[in-house]
Write a protein that binds this ligand. Sequence first.
Ligand SMILES: [Zn+2]
Length: 50
Amino acid sequence: MISGASMGLGLRLGDEKPVKTCPACLQEDIPEGASKCRYCGTEQLPVRVG
Ligand SMILES: [Zn+2]
């Protein structure tokens, strides 16, 4: 069996989903398209990119 650690080698840089920081709890991995924070439930303003 191969340990799970080697599974991560398949990840590509630049393939990460865009994220934003929650202004309420400052979690930095809120998906950019989220309408509410997954941690504290604060409504997130939509972010426009481009
Ligand atoms: Zn939050």
